[in-house]
Design a protein around this ligand. Structure first.
Ligand SMILES: NC(=O)C1=CN([C@@H]2O[C@H](COP(=O)(O)OP(=O)(O)OC[C@H]3O[C@@H](n4cnc5c(N)ncnc54)[C@H](O)[C@@H]3O)[C@@H](O)[C@H]2O)[C@H](O)CC1
Ligand SMILES: [K+]
Length: 458
């Protein structure tokens, strides 16, 4: 049983391909899955009675195998089914279960509820009477565990096809799926752990790994650690937050055109001028936090786009940007839109959150950080990282400005890529929020960054 950080994420179709490519007989895979599920249930169920709910497909098949293994281990276990099994594999698993099978509507509750109704094959919402039984049994259970996925969530989009009571634990088979990470499904999964069933998972998507940062090299100097220019605008507090966050990572932070001097003294200030960005030592420019919507903002964005620098484009600058202008630039760009900004930037891009982020990155040639409780980072290559953790306290003014500054600082650093910089920034941002704790304000995030950076190994 493994935590999901850094693991490859598979869609339902990719899971089927991986299963076929594994060379392992399908029945053997189901036996492994069922045995692994039973082992976890036995360990954490404390010997209490288990009720296994089995659906008609192979998710139900996993349930029958797990029930048989639990019974063999001496755990009291009952099985309730929706209908007879409909796949050969599930029929085989059902045949291996020596006990009775109750109709789900008549089943009485047990302290441990194992939901093996539907997995990756769910194609529509569960029938209403089934939803009602599931809720009634879950309310009376002490512990609800979902096999592979909570029954009712769409594997690839995380959409909720029918109401689900919520599991404490979801045991993902072989690999995490998008629904384990995307809203609204993700919180209904509870803790997600992966059971290894001997499948090699390959795809371009993975769960955001724990950031891995190195301390500065022994011979580091401030410029070799990275120099960031933060372009200020009409609301100086926002760029001050971005610069303050950047200063925790970069060796040198230049704040350009800011009207506030309420800043750490470590941040160097300069007036805005047409040539303000003409400094070859600049490793990345952050533009957007507090920039404003006016002509001056437009001129600053034009200057940033005309420069050779790597860019982090956030906030107000996303309202002014034509993403087509990024295509001709040689240096990387990172866009950090929330859903509203994304819709403004890419009005024709539709699909699941993963599809949209990936298409936008492919079209613009930029790395796209589509922010939200289920932040997704997509690179133009099609690579995608899905954030696994979220701290709701991050929904506060200035939080995005801190992320933009942090992203710029990491992008300006040595030996990195836009995808790596954005990934580490998102991880550090959440970790700083976790450390700052409830009722945080954005300023607290900058103060918590040293501890977050230490957690990332630096
Ligand atoms: N892929 C693997 O490596 C392994 C997967 N295992 C398990 O198998 C399921 C996927 O099984 P599948 O049979 O494809 O799908 P489901 O069990 O999710 O059920 C599909 C079944 O149900 C019908 N159906 C769909 N939606 C509904 C609905 N709302 N109401 C009624 N019926 C519905 C559909 O037509 C199918 O007949 C995967 O999640 C794993 O748990 C293996 O056992 C291990 C290897
Ligand atoms: K399930």
């Amino acid at each position: 049983m493994r935590p999901i950080d850094g693991l490859t994420v598979l869609t339902a179709a990719e899971m089927r391909t991986a299963e076929q490519a594994s060379g392992v007989d399908e029945a053997a895979l189901m036996d492994r899955a069922g045995a692994a599920i039973a082992e976890v249930v036995r360990r954490i169920g404390g010997g209490q009675e288990v009720l296994v709910l089995c659906g008609p497909g192979n998710n139900g098949g996993d349930g029958y195998v797990a029930a048989s293994a639990l019974r063999q281990a001496g755990i009291p276990v009952r099985v309730a089914a929706l209908s007879d099994p409909r796949t050969d594999l599930a029929r085989r698993a059902r045949a291996g279960w020596a006990g009775p099978v109750e109709p789900i509507a008549e089943a009485s509750a047990a302290p441990v509820l194992l939901d093996a109704l539907f997995g990756t094959g769910l194609s529509r919402g569960l029938d209403e009477p089934v939803v009602e039984s599931l809720h009634a049994l879950s309310i009376r259970a002490v512990l609800t565990i979902a096999v592979d996925l909570p029954s009712g969530v769409a594997t690839d989009s995380g959409a909720l096809l029918s109401a689900y009571p919520g599991a404490a634990l979801t045991l993902a088979l072989g690999a995490p799926k998008p629904a384990h990470l995307l809203l609204p499904a993700a919180p209904l999964c509870g803790t997600v752990r992966v059971l290894d069933i001997g499948i090699a998972a390959r795809s371009q998507a993975s769960v955001l790994p724990v950031a891995s940062l190195r301390s500065p090299a022994v011979d580091a100097h401030k410029f070799s650690r990275g120099m960031v220019a933060v372009v200020a605008g009409r609301m100086p507090g926002a760029s001050a937050l971005a610069a303050s966050a950047a200063a925790r990572v970069a060796g040198y932070v230049l704040l350009i055109g800011s009207a506030t001097d309420r800043l750490p003294h470590a941040i160097v200030r300069r007036r805005w001028a047409e040539d303000a960005l003409f400094d070859p030592r600049i490793g990345a420019v952050v533009i957007g936090p507090g920039l404003g919507p006016d002509e001056e903002a437009r001129a600053k964005l034009n200057a940033a786009l005309a420069s050779d620098h790597a860019l982090v484009i956030d906030g107000d600058a996303l309202r002014l940007l034509d993403p087509a202008r990024l295509r001709s630039r040689a240096s990387p760009a990172i866009l950090t839109p929330h859903e509203g900004e994304f819709a403004h930037l890419f009005p024709d891009v539709k699909g699941s959150k993963i599809d949209r982020a990936r298409t936008a990155a492919g079209e613009s040639g930029a790395t796209v950080v589509l922010k939200g409780p289920d932040t997704i980072i997509a690179a133009p290559t099609g690579e995608v990282r899905l954030a696994a953790r979220h701290v709701p306290w991050l929904a506060t003014a200035g939080s995005g400005d801190v992320l933009a500054g942090l992203t710029g600082a990491l992008l300006a650093g040595p030996d990195t890529t836009a995808l790596a910089a954005a990934s580490s920034a998102v991880w550090l941002h959440t970790e700083a929020a976790r450390i700052a704790g409830p009722a945080l304000i954005a300023d607290d995030l900058t103060l918590a960054l040293p501890a977050a950076i230490a957690q990332a190994g630096a």
